[in-house]
Design a protein around this ligand. Structure first.
Ligand SMILES: O=P(O)(O)OC[C@H]1O[C@H](OP(=O)(O)OP(=O)(O)O)[C@H](O)[C@@H]1O
Ligand SMILES: NC(=O)CC[C@H](N)C(=O)O
Ligand SMILES: [Mg+2]
Length: 556
Protein backbone atom coordinates (compact mmCIF):
# COMPACT_ATOMS: atom_id res chain seq x y z
CA UNK A 1 0.00 0.00 0.00
CA UNK A 2 1.38 3.35 -0.83
CA UNK A 3 0.29 6.80 0.21
CA UNK A 4 -0.27 9.59 -2.29
CA UNK A 5 -0.76 13.29 -1.85
CA UNK A 6 -1.35 16.32 -4.06
CA UNK A 7 -1.46 19.95 -2.97
CA UNK A 8 -2.35 23.12 -4.86
CA UNK A 9 -1.97 26.51 -3.18
CA UNK A 10 -3.90 29.50 -4.43
CA UNK A 11 -1.51 32.10 -3.04
CA UNK A 12 0.51 33.60 -5.94
CA UNK A 13 3.48 34.18 -3.62
CA UNK A 14 3.78 30.44 -3.03
CA UNK A 15 5.22 30.04 -6.54
CA UNK A 16 8.57 31.37 -5.29
CA UNK A 17 8.61 29.61 -1.91
CA UNK A 18 8.76 26.04 -0.65
CA UNK A 19 5.46 26.37 1.24
CA UNK A 20 3.78 23.62 -0.79
CA UNK A 21 6.82 21.34 -0.62
CA UNK A 22 7.10 21.57 3.13
CA UNK A 23 3.38 21.00 3.61
CA UNK A 24 3.53 17.94 1.39
CA UNK A 25 6.44 16.56 3.44
CA UNK A 26 4.37 17.09 6.61
CA UNK A 27 1.41 15.41 4.97
CA UNK A 28 3.50 12.44 3.85
CA UNK A 29 4.59 11.86 7.43
CA UNK A 30 0.88 11.32 8.21
CA UNK A 31 0.80 8.67 5.50
CA UNK A 32 4.04 6.95 6.55
CA UNK A 33 2.13 3.87 7.75
CA UNK A 34 1.18 3.18 4.10
CA UNK A 35 4.75 2.85 2.84
CA UNK A 36 8.13 2.82 4.52
CA UNK A 37 10.47 1.96 1.63
CA UNK A 38 10.77 5.20 -0.29
CA UNK A 39 9.37 8.72 -0.34
CA UNK A 40 9.31 11.50 -2.90
CA UNK A 41 7.95 14.92 -3.73
CA UNK A 42 7.84 16.84 -7.00
CA UNK A 43 6.72 20.47 -6.94
CA UNK A 44 5.95 22.86 -9.76
CA UNK A 45 7.29 26.40 -9.57
CA UNK A 46 7.55 29.40 -11.77
CA UNK A 47 7.84 28.78 -15.50
CA UNK A 48 6.21 25.37 -14.96
CA UNK A 49 9.52 24.02 -13.73
CA UNK A 50 9.56 20.84 -11.66
CA UNK A 51 11.68 20.32 -8.53
CA UNK A 52 12.19 16.94 -7.01
CA UNK A 53 13.46 15.13 -3.94
CA UNK A 54 13.02 11.36 -3.79
CA UNK A 55 14.94 8.45 -2.38
CA UNK A 56 14.63 5.20 -0.50
CA UNK A 57 13.91 5.67 3.18
CA UNK A 58 11.37 7.07 5.60
CA UNK A 59 9.90 10.55 5.20
CA UNK A 60 12.04 11.99 8.00
CA UNK A 61 15.22 10.68 6.33
CA UNK A 62 14.45 11.65 2.76
CA UNK A 63 13.39 15.25 3.35
CA UNK A 64 15.70 17.48 5.35
CA UNK A 65 15.45 21.26 5.65
CA UNK A 66 17.80 21.86 2.74
CA UNK A 67 15.95 19.44 0.47
CA UNK A 68 12.59 20.98 1.31
CA UNK A 69 13.92 24.50 0.73
CA UNK A 70 14.63 23.50 -2.86
CA UNK A 71 11.10 22.26 -3.46
CA UNK A 72 9.77 25.51 -4.84
CA UNK A 73 6.32 25.99 -6.20
CA UNK A 74 2.61 26.43 -5.75
CA UNK A 75 1.63 22.82 -6.28
CA UNK A 76 3.13 19.39 -5.91
CA UNK A 77 2.62 15.67 -5.57
CA UNK A 78 4.10 13.32 -2.99
CA UNK A 79 4.38 9.60 -2.42
CA UNK A 80 5.37 7.05 0.21
CA UNK A 81 6.09 3.63 -1.25
CA UNK A 82 5.46 0.04 -0.25
CA UNK A 83 6.51 -1.82 -3.39
CA UNK A 84 4.15 -4.32 -4.97
CA UNK A 85 5.74 -4.38 -8.42
CA UNK A 86 9.29 -4.18 -9.70
CA UNK A 87 11.95 -3.91 -7.02
CA UNK A 88 12.68 -1.76 -3.99
CA UNK A 89 15.35 0.06 -6.02
CA UNK A 90 15.50 3.82 -5.74
CA UNK A 91 14.75 4.20 -9.46
CA UNK A 92 11.22 3.06 -8.73
CA UNK A 93 10.61 5.59 -5.97
CA UNK A 94 7.76 7.91 -6.91
CA UNK A 95 6.52 10.35 -8.19
CA UNK A 96 7.46 9.34 -11.74
CA UNK A 97 8.11 11.99 -14.32
CA UNK A 98 7.79 12.31 -18.11
CA UNK A 99 8.70 15.33 -20.17
CA UNK A 100 6.60 14.68 -23.24
CA UNK A 101 4.08 15.70 -24.49
CA UNK A 102 3.96 17.83 -21.33
CA UNK A 103 5.71 17.82 -17.99
CA UNK A 104 3.82 15.30 -15.88
CA UNK A 105 4.68 13.98 -12.41
CA UNK A 106 2.49 11.15 -11.12
CA UNK A 107 2.04 9.24 -7.87
CA UNK A 108 0.18 5.93 -7.80
CA UNK A 109 -1.28 3.71 -5.10
CA UNK A 110 -2.38 0.26 -6.20
CA UNK A 111 -1.27 -2.38 -8.58
CA UNK A 112 -1.95 -3.10 -12.24
CA UNK A 113 -2.56 -6.65 -13.36
CA UNK A 114 -2.17 -6.31 -17.12
CA UNK A 115 1.39 -4.99 -17.12
CA UNK A 116 2.80 -7.32 -19.83
CA UNK A 117 0.19 -6.13 -22.33
CA UNK A 118 0.75 -2.48 -21.40
CA UNK A 119 4.51 -2.85 -21.64
CA UNK A 120 4.18 -4.43 -25.07
CA UNK A 121 1.82 -1.70 -26.27
CA UNK A 122 4.00 1.12 -24.98
CA UNK A 123 7.07 -0.37 -26.57
CA UNK A 124 5.80 -1.64 -29.92
CA UNK A 125 3.00 0.81 -30.67
CA UNK A 126 3.41 3.96 -28.59
CA UNK A 127 7.22 3.91 -28.89
CA UNK A 128 7.75 5.04 -25.35
CA UNK A 129 10.83 3.96 -23.47
CA UNK A 130 10.05 2.20 -20.19
CA UNK A 131 13.10 1.84 -18.03
CA UNK A 132 11.93 0.18 -14.82
CA UNK A 133 9.74 -2.72 -13.78
CA UNK A 134 7.33 -0.43 -11.97
CA UNK A 135 3.67 -0.62 -12.98
CA UNK A 136 3.35 3.05 -12.00
CA UNK A 137 5.77 4.04 -14.76
CA UNK A 138 3.45 2.24 -17.18
CA UNK A 139 0.36 4.06 -15.99
CA UNK A 140 2.15 7.39 -16.40
CA UNK A 141 3.22 6.54 -19.93
CA UNK A 142 -0.24 5.34 -20.91
CA UNK A 143 -1.53 8.71 -19.71
CA UNK A 144 1.18 10.62 -21.55
CA UNK A 145 0.51 8.66 -24.72
CA UNK A 146 -3.20 9.37 -24.51
CA UNK A 147 -2.49 13.08 -24.12
CA UNK A 148 -0.02 12.98 -26.98
CA UNK A 149 -2.70 11.57 -29.27
CA UNK A 150 -4.51 14.92 -29.13
CA UNK A 151 -1.55 16.35 -31.05
CA UNK A 152 -2.19 19.68 -29.34
CA UNK A 153 0.26 22.23 -28.05
CA UNK A 154 -2.32 23.32 -25.48
CA UNK A 155 -4.79 20.83 -24.14
CA UNK A 156 -8.03 21.53 -22.33
CA UNK A 157 -10.13 19.79 -19.72
CA UNK A 158 -11.99 17.72 -22.28
CA UNK A 159 -8.68 16.33 -23.53
CA UNK A 160 -7.65 15.40 -20.00
CA UNK A 161 -10.94 13.71 -19.15
CA UNK A 162 -10.81 11.79 -22.37
CA UNK A 163 -7.17 10.72 -21.81
CA UNK A 164 -8.13 9.36 -18.38
CA UNK A 165 -11.22 7.68 -19.81
CA UNK A 166 -9.01 5.86 -22.31
CA UNK A 167 -6.50 5.02 -19.58
CA UNK A 168 -9.27 3.39 -17.56
CA UNK A 169 -10.15 1.27 -20.56
CA UNK A 170 -6.61 0.03 -21.01
CA UNK A 171 -5.34 -0.33 -17.43
CA UNK A 172 -6.73 -3.20 -15.35
CA UNK A 173 -6.27 -3.44 -11.60
CA UNK A 174 -6.21 -1.00 -8.73
CA UNK A 175 -5.08 2.59 -9.09
CA UNK A 176 -5.64 5.73 -7.12
CA UNK A 177 -3.49 8.40 -8.74
CA UNK A 178 -2.68 12.05 -8.49
CA UNK A 179 -0.65 13.84 -11.13
CA UNK A 180 0.48 17.32 -11.91
CA UNK A 181 0.56 18.84 -15.35
CA UNK A 182 3.31 21.47 -15.46
CA UNK A 183 1.88 24.94 -15.16
CA UNK A 184 -1.69 23.70 -15.41
CA UNK A 185 -2.96 22.01 -12.26
CA UNK A 186 -3.49 18.91 -10.24
CA UNK A 187 -5.49 15.93 -11.45
CA UNK A 188 -6.73 12.95 -9.44
CA UNK A 189 -8.45 9.76 -10.51
CA UNK A 190 -9.54 6.47 -8.97
CA UNK A 191 -9.99 3.11 -10.68
CA UNK A 192 -13.47 2.05 -11.83
CA UNK A 193 -13.95 -0.26 -8.81
CA UNK A 194 -12.58 2.27 -6.32
CA UNK A 195 -10.34 -0.38 -4.80
CA UNK A 196 -7.77 2.00 -3.34
CA UNK A 197 -8.87 5.04 -1.31
CA UNK A 198 -8.57 8.66 -2.39
CA UNK A 199 -10.22 11.90 -1.34
CA UNK A 200 -9.94 15.65 -1.60
CA UNK A 201 -10.43 18.63 0.70
CA UNK A 202 -10.34 22.43 0.56
CA UNK A 203 -9.17 25.30 2.73
CA UNK A 204 -9.23 29.07 2.45
CA UNK A 205 -6.03 30.25 0.79
CA UNK A 206 -3.58 32.48 2.69
CA UNK A 207 -4.44 35.44 0.43
CA UNK A 208 -7.92 34.49 -0.70
CA UNK A 209 -9.10 31.80 -3.06
CA UNK A 210 -9.04 28.11 -2.22
CA UNK A 211 -6.23 25.63 -1.55
CA UNK A 212 -6.81 22.02 -2.58
CA UNK A 213 -5.56 18.77 -1.13
CA UNK A 214 -5.81 15.28 -2.59
CA UNK A 215 -4.74 12.39 -0.35
CA UNK A 216 -5.05 8.67 0.29
CA UNK A 217 -6.50 9.27 3.74
CA UNK A 218 -8.52 12.02 5.42
CA UNK A 219 -6.08 12.21 8.34
CA UNK A 220 -3.87 14.40 6.14
CA UNK A 221 -6.68 16.93 5.72
CA UNK A 222 -7.26 17.14 9.47
CA UNK A 223 -3.56 17.52 10.11
CA UNK A 224 -3.23 20.41 7.65
CA UNK A 225 -6.35 22.44 8.40
CA UNK A 226 -8.35 21.32 5.35
CA UNK A 227 -12.14 20.81 5.44
CA UNK A 228 -14.92 19.37 3.34
CA UNK A 229 -13.28 15.98 2.83
CA UNK A 230 -14.90 14.20 -0.11
CA UNK A 231 -13.98 10.82 -1.50
CA UNK A 232 -13.02 10.63 -5.14
CA UNK A 233 -15.65 8.33 -6.63
CA UNK A 234 -14.86 5.07 -8.36
CA UNK A 235 -14.03 5.81 -12.00
CA UNK A 236 -13.98 9.55 -11.36
CA UNK A 237 -11.40 12.11 -12.53
CA UNK A 238 -11.03 15.51 -10.87
CA UNK A 239 -9.20 18.41 -12.49
CA UNK A 240 -8.10 21.13 -10.09
CA UNK A 241 -6.67 24.44 -11.27
CA UNK A 242 -6.27 27.71 -9.42
CA UNK A 243 -9.48 28.97 -10.97
CA UNK A 244 -11.82 25.97 -10.80
CA UNK A 245 -12.50 22.31 -10.07
CA UNK A 246 -14.14 19.96 -12.56
CA UNK A 247 -15.26 16.45 -11.67
CA UNK A 248 -16.51 13.73 -13.95
CA UNK A 249 -17.12 9.99 -13.85
CA UNK A 250 -15.19 8.87 -16.90
CA UNK A 251 -15.25 5.07 -16.52
CA UNK A 252 -17.95 2.67 -17.63
CA UNK A 253 -19.95 1.81 -14.47
CA UNK A 254 -18.46 -1.07 -12.45
CA UNK A 255 -19.38 -2.40 -9.01
CA UNK A 256 -17.90 -0.18 -6.29
CA UNK A 257 -15.70 -2.51 -4.25
CA UNK A 258 -13.26 -0.75 -1.92
CA UNK A 259 -10.64 -2.97 -0.30
CA UNK A 260 -11.80 -4.13 3.13
CA UNK A 261 -8.20 -4.62 4.27
CA UNK A 262 -7.85 -0.83 4.53
CA UNK A 263 -10.20 -1.01 7.53
CA UNK A 264 -8.58 -4.12 8.98
CA UNK A 265 -4.97 -2.98 8.85
CA UNK A 266 -3.74 -0.39 6.40
CA UNK A 267 -5.44 2.87 7.21
CA UNK A 268 -4.97 4.96 10.31
CA UNK A 269 -7.87 4.71 12.75
CA UNK A 270 -8.38 8.47 12.64
CA UNK A 271 -9.16 8.39 8.92
CA UNK A 272 -12.56 8.11 7.30
CA UNK A 273 -12.60 6.19 4.06
CA UNK A 274 -15.62 6.10 1.77
CA UNK A 275 -17.84 7.39 4.53
CA UNK A 276 -16.70 4.80 7.08
CA UNK A 277 -14.67 5.82 10.12
CA UNK A 278 -11.80 3.34 10.33
CA UNK A 279 -11.90 3.70 14.12
CA UNK A 280 -15.58 2.84 14.38
CA UNK A 281 -15.20 -0.09 12.01
CA UNK A 282 -12.39 -1.48 14.21
CA UNK A 283 -14.55 -1.06 17.32
CA UNK A 284 -17.29 -3.01 15.56
CA UNK A 285 -14.73 -5.69 14.60
CA UNK A 286 -13.88 -6.00 18.30
CA UNK A 287 -17.54 -6.33 19.28
CA UNK A 288 -18.32 -8.97 16.70
CA UNK A 289 -15.09 -10.86 17.37
CA UNK A 290 -16.11 -10.99 21.04
CA UNK A 291 -19.36 -12.74 20.09
CA UNK A 292 -17.50 -15.42 18.14
CA UNK A 293 -14.86 -15.73 20.87
CA UNK A 294 -17.54 -16.25 23.52
CA UNK A 295 -18.89 -19.26 21.61
CA UNK A 296 -15.47 -20.71 20.82
CA UNK A 297 -14.19 -20.33 24.37
CA UNK A 298 -17.31 -21.97 25.78
CA UNK A 299 -16.96 -24.83 23.34
CA UNK A 300 -13.31 -25.32 24.30
CA UNK A 301 -14.14 -24.78 28.01
CA UNK A 302 -11.44 -22.14 28.35
CA UNK A 303 -11.61 -19.31 30.87
CA UNK A 304 -9.56 -16.30 29.74
CA UNK A 305 -7.93 -14.18 32.45
CA UNK A 306 -6.81 -11.24 30.35
CA UNK A 307 -7.09 -9.77 26.83
CA UNK A 308 -3.87 -8.34 25.41
CA UNK A 309 -3.61 -6.42 22.12
CA UNK A 310 -0.80 -6.91 19.63
CA UNK A 311 0.39 -3.34 19.12
CA UNK A 312 -0.24 -1.30 17.15
CA UNK A 313 -3.12 -1.74 14.80
CA UNK A 314 -5.24 -4.14 16.85
CA UNK A 315 -5.52 -1.89 19.91
CA UNK A 316 -8.90 -0.34 19.13
CA UNK A 317 -10.54 -3.67 18.37
CA UNK A 318 -8.88 -5.49 21.26
CA UNK A 319 -10.11 -2.99 23.84
CA UNK A 320 -13.65 -3.22 22.52
CA UNK A 321 -13.45 -7.02 22.42
CA UNK A 322 -12.29 -7.16 26.06
CA UNK A 323 -15.04 -4.82 27.21
CA UNK A 324 -17.66 -6.82 25.34
CA UNK A 325 -16.42 -10.04 26.96
CA UNK A 326 -16.12 -8.43 30.38
CA UNK A 327 -12.49 -9.56 30.64
CA UNK A 328 -9.69 -7.22 31.82
CA UNK A 329 -7.67 -5.53 29.06
CA UNK A 330 -3.96 -5.10 29.61
CA UNK A 331 -1.11 -3.71 27.53
CA UNK A 332 1.16 -6.72 27.94
CA UNK A 333 3.46 -5.87 25.03
CA UNK A 334 5.47 -2.69 25.02
CA UNK A 335 6.10 -1.37 21.55
CA UNK A 336 9.41 0.18 20.60
CA UNK A 337 8.22 3.45 19.09
CA UNK A 338 11.20 3.63 16.76
CA UNK A 339 10.35 0.48 14.83
CA UNK A 340 7.78 0.79 12.07
CA UNK A 341 5.36 -1.74 10.66
CA UNK A 342 6.80 -5.20 10.17
CA UNK A 343 4.29 -6.64 7.73
CA UNK A 344 5.18 -4.12 5.02
CA UNK A 345 8.91 -4.81 5.27
CA UNK A 346 10.27 -6.39 2.12
CA UNK A 347 11.81 -9.68 3.32
CA UNK A 348 10.87 -12.43 5.76
CA UNK A 349 14.09 -12.41 7.80
CA UNK A 350 13.80 -8.64 8.23
CA UNK A 351 10.17 -9.02 9.31
CA UNK A 352 10.95 -11.75 11.84
CA UNK A 353 13.88 -9.90 13.37
CA UNK A 354 11.81 -6.76 13.70
CA UNK A 355 8.92 -8.35 15.60
CA UNK A 356 11.36 -9.01 18.46
CA UNK A 357 12.88 -5.55 18.18
CA UNK A 358 9.42 -4.01 18.12
CA UNK A 359 7.51 -5.82 20.85
CA UNK A 360 8.57 -6.84 24.33
CA UNK A 361 6.42 -8.92 26.70
CA UNK A 362 5.94 -7.82 30.32
CA UNK A 363 6.11 -10.90 32.54
CA UNK A 364 3.68 -9.56 35.16
CA UNK A 365 0.85 -9.53 32.62
CA UNK A 366 1.47 -13.07 31.40
CA UNK A 367 2.79 -15.17 34.28
CA UNK A 368 0.38 -17.99 35.20
CA UNK A 369 -2.44 -16.50 33.14
CA UNK A 370 -4.61 -17.71 30.31
CA UNK A 371 -4.23 -14.85 27.84
CA UNK A 372 -6.16 -13.99 24.73
CA UNK A 373 -4.01 -12.04 22.28
CA UNK A 374 -6.01 -10.00 19.78
CA UNK A 375 -4.51 -8.96 16.46
CA UNK A 376 -6.09 -7.37 13.41
CA UNK A 377 -4.97 -10.19 11.13
CA UNK A 378 -2.75 -13.23 10.75
CA UNK A 379 -1.03 -13.07 7.37
CA UNK A 380 2.28 -14.90 7.16
CA UNK A 381 2.09 -15.74 10.85
CA UNK A 382 5.41 -13.97 11.49
CA UNK A 383 4.08 -11.76 14.29
CA UNK A 384 1.78 -14.29 15.89
CA UNK A 385 4.37 -17.05 16.03
CA UNK A 386 7.02 -14.84 17.61
CA UNK A 387 4.80 -13.22 20.18
CA UNK A 388 3.08 -16.42 21.25
CA UNK A 389 6.55 -17.75 21.97
CA UNK A 390 7.38 -14.55 23.85
CA UNK A 391 4.17 -14.87 25.90
CA UNK A 392 5.02 -18.47 26.79
CA UNK A 393 8.61 -17.56 27.59
CA UNK A 394 7.36 -15.18 30.28
CA UNK A 395 5.05 -17.73 31.83
CA UNK A 396 1.66 -17.61 30.09
CA UNK A 397 -0.31 -20.77 30.97
CA UNK A 398 -2.27 -20.78 27.73
CA UNK A 399 -2.30 -18.48 24.71
CA UNK A 400 -5.48 -17.98 22.69
CA UNK A 401 -4.96 -15.97 19.51
CA UNK A 402 -7.94 -14.06 18.10
CA UNK A 403 -7.91 -12.34 14.73
CA UNK A 404 -10.23 -9.49 13.68
CA UNK A 405 -10.00 -10.75 10.09
CA UNK A 406 -10.92 -14.18 8.73
CA UNK A 407 -8.18 -16.57 7.50
CA UNK A 408 -6.12 -15.03 4.70
CA UNK A 409 -5.63 -17.73 2.09
CA UNK A 410 -5.30 -16.00 -1.28
CA UNK A 411 -2.91 -13.66 -3.08
CA UNK A 412 -3.54 -9.95 -3.18
CA UNK A 413 -3.11 -8.40 -6.60
CA UNK A 414 -4.36 -4.89 -5.90
CA UNK A 415 -1.54 -3.21 -3.98
CA UNK A 416 -0.82 -5.37 -0.94
CA UNK A 417 2.32 -7.40 -1.26
CA UNK A 418 0.89 -10.88 -0.71
CA UNK A 419 1.70 -12.44 -4.06
CA UNK A 420 2.26 -16.01 -3.02
CA UNK A 421 -0.43 -18.02 -1.19
CA UNK A 422 2.27 -20.45 -0.04
CA UNK A 423 3.69 -17.70 2.15
CA UNK A 424 0.34 -17.26 3.93
CA UNK A 425 0.05 -19.30 7.07
CA UNK A 426 -3.65 -20.14 6.57
CA UNK A 427 -3.19 -21.28 2.97
CA UNK A 428 -3.99 -24.99 2.82
CA UNK A 429 -4.35 -25.17 6.62
CA UNK A 430 -7.38 -25.59 8.85
CA UNK A 431 -7.77 -23.30 11.86
CA UNK A 432 -6.44 -26.09 14.11
CA UNK A 433 -3.40 -26.48 11.88
CA UNK A 434 -2.78 -22.72 11.94
CA UNK A 435 -2.93 -22.87 15.75
CA UNK A 436 -0.40 -25.66 15.79
CA UNK A 437 1.87 -23.83 13.36
CA UNK A 438 1.95 -20.59 15.33
CA UNK A 439 2.02 -22.35 18.70
CA UNK A 440 -1.37 -21.17 19.99
CA UNK A 441 -3.64 -23.25 22.21
CA UNK A 442 -6.61 -22.00 20.23
CA UNK A 443 -7.06 -19.67 17.24
CA UNK A 444 -10.28 -17.72 16.82
CA UNK A 445 -11.02 -16.01 13.52
CA UNK A 446 -13.64 -13.36 12.78
CA UNK A 447 -16.18 -14.61 10.24
CA UNK A 448 -16.21 -12.87 6.86
CA UNK A 449 -19.85 -11.87 7.29
CA UNK A 450 -19.00 -10.19 10.59
CA UNK A 451 -16.02 -8.39 9.11
CA UNK A 452 -18.12 -7.05 6.26
CA UNK A 453 -20.85 -6.05 8.72
CA UNK A 454 -18.28 -4.19 10.87
CA UNK A 455 -17.62 -1.86 7.96
CA UNK A 456 -20.84 -1.88 6.00
CA UNK A 457 -23.06 -0.86 8.90
CA UNK A 458 -21.51 2.61 8.67
CA UNK A 459 -22.17 2.96 4.95
CA UNK A 460 -24.81 0.53 3.70
CA UNK A 461 -24.59 2.06 0.22
CA UNK A 462 -21.42 0.00 -0.30
CA UNK A 463 -22.86 -3.28 -1.50
CA UNK A 464 -19.61 -5.17 -1.76
CA UNK A 465 -15.99 -4.90 -0.68
CA UNK A 466 -12.93 -6.38 -2.28
CA UNK A 467 -12.39 -9.38 0.01
CA UNK A 468 -10.19 -11.33 -2.38
CA UNK A 469 -7.54 -12.30 0.20
CA UNK A 470 -10.27 -14.15 2.10
CA UNK A 471 -12.29 -15.55 -0.80
CA UNK A 472 -10.03 -15.74 -3.84
CA UNK A 473 -12.68 -13.81 -5.80
CA UNK A 474 -11.16 -10.88 -7.66
CA UNK A 475 -13.34 -7.89 -8.46
CA UNK A 476 -11.66 -6.96 -11.74
CA UNK A 477 -11.27 -9.21 -14.73
CA UNK A 478 -7.88 -10.55 -15.71
CA UNK A 479 -6.98 -12.62 -12.67
CA UNK A 480 -6.82 -16.29 -13.58
CA UNK A 481 -4.68 -19.25 -12.54
CA UNK A 482 -1.99 -18.39 -15.09
CA UNK A 483 -1.73 -14.83 -13.87
CA UNK A 484 -1.56 -15.89 -10.24
CA UNK A 485 1.16 -18.44 -10.98
CA UNK A 486 3.14 -15.86 -12.90
CA UNK A 487 2.80 -13.35 -10.05
CA UNK A 488 3.85 -15.91 -7.51
CA UNK A 489 7.00 -16.79 -9.43
CA UNK A 490 7.85 -13.17 -9.97
CA UNK A 491 7.25 -11.85 -6.47
CA UNK A 492 7.65 -14.56 -3.87
CA UNK A 493 10.03 -13.55 -1.08
CA UNK A 494 13.01 -15.31 -2.68
CA UNK A 495 12.45 -13.79 -6.11
CA UNK A 496 12.04 -10.33 -4.58
CA UNK A 497 15.23 -10.68 -2.57
CA UNK A 498 17.11 -11.56 -5.76
CA UNK A 499 15.62 -8.62 -7.61
CA UNK A 500 16.34 -6.17 -4.80
CA UNK A 501 19.89 -7.45 -4.60
CA UNK A 502 20.24 -6.70 -8.31
CA UNK A 503 18.85 -3.20 -7.72
CA UNK A 504 21.48 -2.62 -5.02
CA UNK A 505 24.20 -3.78 -7.40
CA UNK A 506 22.96 -1.28 -9.98
CA UNK A 507 23.27 1.49 -7.43
CA UNK A 508 26.80 0.44 -6.54
CA UNK A 509 27.76 0.46 -10.19
CA UNK A 510 26.36 3.93 -10.49
CA UNK A 511 28.36 5.10 -7.51
CA UNK A 512 31.58 3.73 -8.91
CA UNK A 513 31.22 5.33 -12.28
CA UNK A 514 29.36 8.51 -11.29
CA UNK A 515 27.58 7.92 -14.49
CA UNK A 516 25.13 5.35 -15.61
CA UNK A 517 21.94 4.37 -17.30
CA UNK A 518 19.02 6.76 -17.32
CA UNK A 519 16.66 6.05 -14.48
CA UNK A 520 13.43 5.38 -16.29
CA UNK A 521 10.99 8.17 -16.62
CA UNK A 522 12.94 10.15 -14.12
CA UNK A 523 15.49 10.78 -16.77
CA UNK A 524 18.43 12.76 -15.41
CA UNK A 525 16.63 13.91 -12.29
CA UNK A 526 16.43 10.42 -10.88
CA UNK A 527 20.01 9.67 -11.77
CA UNK A 528 21.41 12.66 -10.03
CA UNK A 529 19.01 12.44 -7.17
CA UNK A 530 20.14 9.46 -5.24
CA UNK A 531 23.37 7.85 -4.38
CA UNK A 532 23.14 5.81 -1.20
CA UNK A 533 26.84 6.15 -0.41
CA UNK A 534 26.62 9.89 -0.54
CA UNK A 535 23.33 10.03 1.35
CA UNK A 536 19.73 9.99 0.32
CA UNK A 537 19.01 13.68 0.07
CA UNK A 538 19.32 16.04 -2.81
CA UNK A 539 17.11 17.97 -5.13
CA UNK A 540 17.48 18.98 -8.69
CA UNK A 541 15.40 21.10 -10.94
CA UNK A 542 14.26 19.31 -14.01
CA UNK A 543 16.97 19.37 -16.64
CA UNK A 544 14.37 19.54 -19.30
CA UNK A 545 13.28 23.07 -20.06
CA UNK A 546 10.41 21.88 -22.20
CA UNK A 547 8.34 21.53 -19.04
CA UNK A 548 8.29 25.29 -18.87
CA UNK A 549 7.17 25.75 -22.44
CA UNK A 550 3.58 24.93 -21.73
CA UNK A 551 3.18 26.97 -18.63
CA UNK A 552 1.39 29.71 -20.45
CA UNK A 553 -1.84 27.67 -20.53
CA UNK A 554 -3.34 28.96 -17.36
CA UNK A 555 -0.81 31.59 -16.51
CA UNK A 556 0.86 29.82 -13.59
O1 LIG B 1 0.98 -12.51 10.22
P1 LIG B 1 1.95 -11.44 9.84
O2 LIG B 1 2.59 -11.73 8.53
O3 LIG B 1 2.92 -11.18 10.93
O4 LIG B 1 1.14 -10.12 9.56
C1 LIG B 1 0.17 -9.62 10.44
C2 LIG B 1 0.74 -8.64 11.42
O5 LIG B 1 1.41 -7.57 10.71
C3 LIG B 1 0.80 -6.34 11.00
O6 LIG B 1 1.50 -5.64 12.01
P2 LIG B 1 2.64 -4.56 11.72
O7 LIG B 1 3.77 -4.80 12.64
O8 LIG B 1 2.96 -4.52 10.26
O9 LIG B 1 1.98 -3.14 11.99
P3 LIG B 1 1.22 -2.49 13.23
O10 LIG B 1 2.26 -1.98 14.19
O11 LIG B 1 0.44 -1.39 12.59
O12 LIG B 1 0.34 -3.49 13.87
C4 LIG B 1 -0.58 -6.68 11.48
O13 LIG B 1 -1.09 -5.68 12.34
C5 LIG B 1 -0.34 -7.98 12.24
O14 LIG B 1 0.13 -7.72 13.53
N1 LIG C 1 1.49 -0.44 -2.77
C1 LIG C 1 1.41 0.36 -3.79
O1 LIG C 1 0.47 1.10 -3.95
C2 LIG C 1 2.55 0.27 -4.77
C3 LIG C 1 2.44 1.11 -6.03
C4 LIG C 1 3.23 0.50 -7.17
N2 LIG C 1 2.61 -0.73 -7.60
C5 LIG C 1 4.67 0.27 -6.74
O2 LIG C 1 5.08 -0.86 -6.56
O3 LIG C 1 5.38 1.24 -6.59
MG1 LIG D 1 0.35 -5.57 13.94
Amino acid sequence: MCGILGLLLHDPLSTQTSAAGSEIAEGLSLLQHRGQDAAGIVTCGSGGRFYQVKANGMVRDVFDAQGIAGLKGWMGVGHVRYPTAGSSGHAEAQPFYVNSPYGIALAHNGNLINTPALRQFLDAEAHRHINTDSDSELILNVLANNLQKTGKFRINEEDIFSAIRDLMKSCTGAYACVFMLAGFGLIAFRDPNGIRPLGMATRDGARGGQDYLVASESVVAQGSGFNNWQDVKAGEAIIITRSKVSRRIVAEPQPFTPDIFEYVYFARPDSTIDGISVYRSRMAMGDLLAETAKKELEKAKIHVDVVIPVPDTSRVAALQCAQHLGIPYREGFVKNRYVGRTFIMPGQSQRRKNVRRKLNAMPMEFADKVVMLVDDSIVRGTTSREIIQMAKDVGAKKVIFASCAPPIRYSNVYGIDMPSPHELVAHGRTTEEVAEHIGADLVIYQTLDDLVESCRQFNPSIERFDCSVFTGEYVTGGVDERYLEHLQKLRNDKAKAKKNHAAVEDIELLDQTCNGPMNGSDSLIGLANHSPKIGPRSDYPSPNDSVGLHNSWYGA
